[in-house]
Ligand binder design. Structure first.
Ligand SMILES: Cc1cc2nc3c(=O)[nH]c(=O)nc-3n(C[C@H](O)[C@H](O)[C@H](O)COP(=O)(O)O)c2cc1C
Length: 324
């Protein structure tokens, strides 16, 4: 498969693993890249810019293929030195960066001056066009289906991607809810130059999270996600466990404020979920793609399967429909 994105990123298949806070570490990124996709490490998973440089070095010991670093710019309780992380990325020699969360303008000059290809992930066409206008090279169009921050527009990919195809000049990836070959074929048909997946890559052999998390994704269906923080206009799609349900109740109660929800939503519970496998301990992001997750293969097996199935749909199903 050859698309504008495979050409620009120097990868074999048009499949990207989106940045995942705490989850996106060197081993997963290397496995995705070795499988022919683009692996992405999440900068803020590393407590300091110096440790990020070490993590990049570690990734290089595991793959000689291109990989990227994600820099997510979001309002945080503790200020994050984003420019320092951007400079650390430059110093590490990484040539592809995924920005997300907010307008990447504050770090863009640092990245572009170093010749880095910037892939910006956003949930609306107006943000995508803004990112395009300030010099981002590729857009990851994150539909309402996506895990984590969905934005507030609630436009799912069936429409969002088709609008992106009409309005964007730079190549774009379909992000949100993807996990199968027929979806890759559909994304290409809708005008995307590839797909970006988060949740699907959580359930892979090389992802370090506890097997209970992978099993929860396998057992889960497309109905098992929960939106929280709607009222705060900071909507997040989570795995629907008891904590996410409690947060949704608080979110719907106008007498409650963020202060009342802070402890339940705290990232401090993440180790109990991801490392110890207590899937009810705290919040964790997942999307409706759970309905399509039935196993936890290696990243290479997953990527091959998606590409083969997409090829099959294009060659055997779509081509015949046109011929008929
Ligand atoms: C556990 C988890 C953590 C995530 N953390 C981040 C993050 O820190 N920054 C970011 O830009 N996106 C983050 N995402 C979103 C993914 O990069 C990707 O955009 C999203 O998962 C796509 O939707 P999908 O899960 O349906 O594939 C996260 C997703 C998951 C599942």
């Amino acid at each position: 498969m050859k698309t504008r994105v495979t050409e620009m990123l120097g990868i074999k298949y048009p499949i990207v693993c989106g940045g995942m806070m705490r989850v996106g570490r060197a081993k997963l990124a290397a496995a995705v890249s070795n499988g022919g996709g683009l692996g992405i490490m999440t900068a803020l998973s590393l407590p300091t810019p110096e440790e990020l440089i070490e993590e990049v070095k570690l990734c290089r010991t595991m793959t000689d293929k291109p990989f990227a670093v994600n820099l997510t710019i979001l309002p945080t309780i503790k200020p994050v030195p984003y420019e320092e992380y951007a400079r650390a990325i430059v110093a590490s020699g990484v040539k592809i960066v995924e920005t997300a969360g907010n307008n990447p303008q504050r770090v863009l000059p640092i990245l572009k001056d170093a010749g880095i290809t910037v892939l910006h992930k956003c949930t609306s066409i107006r943000h995508a066009k803004k990112a395009e206008s300030i010099g981002c090279d590729i857009i990851s169009v994150d539909g309402f289906e996506c895990a984590g921050h969905t934005g507030e527009d609630d436009v799912p990919n069936f429409v969002l991607l088709a609008v992106a195809a009409e309005q964007l000049k730079v190549p774009f990836l379909a992000s949100g809810g993807a996990g199968s070959g027929r979806q890759l074929a559909a994304a290409l048909a809708l005008g995307a130059d590839g797909i970006n997946m988060g949740t699907r890559f959580l359930a892979t052999k090389e992802c370090w999270v506890h097997d209970n998390v992978k099993q929860a994704l396998i057992n889960g269906t497309e109905l098992d996600t929960q939106l929280i923080f709607r009222r705060l206009r900071n909507t997040s799609r989570l795995y629907k466990n008891s904590v996410a349900r409690q947060l949704a109740v608080l979110d719907a109660d106008p007498t409650k404020t963020f202060e009342d929800m802070k402890a339940l939503a705290a990232g401090a519970k993440a180790p109990a979920v991801y490392a110890e496998g207590d899937i009810e301990a705290g919040t964790w992001s997942a999307s409706a793609v759970m309905g399509l997750i039935h196993d936890a293969p290696s990243c290479a097996e997953l990527i091959e399967r998606i590409v083969n199935d997409a090829n099959d749909v294009i060659r055997n199903r779509l081509a015949k429909i046109v011929a008929a």
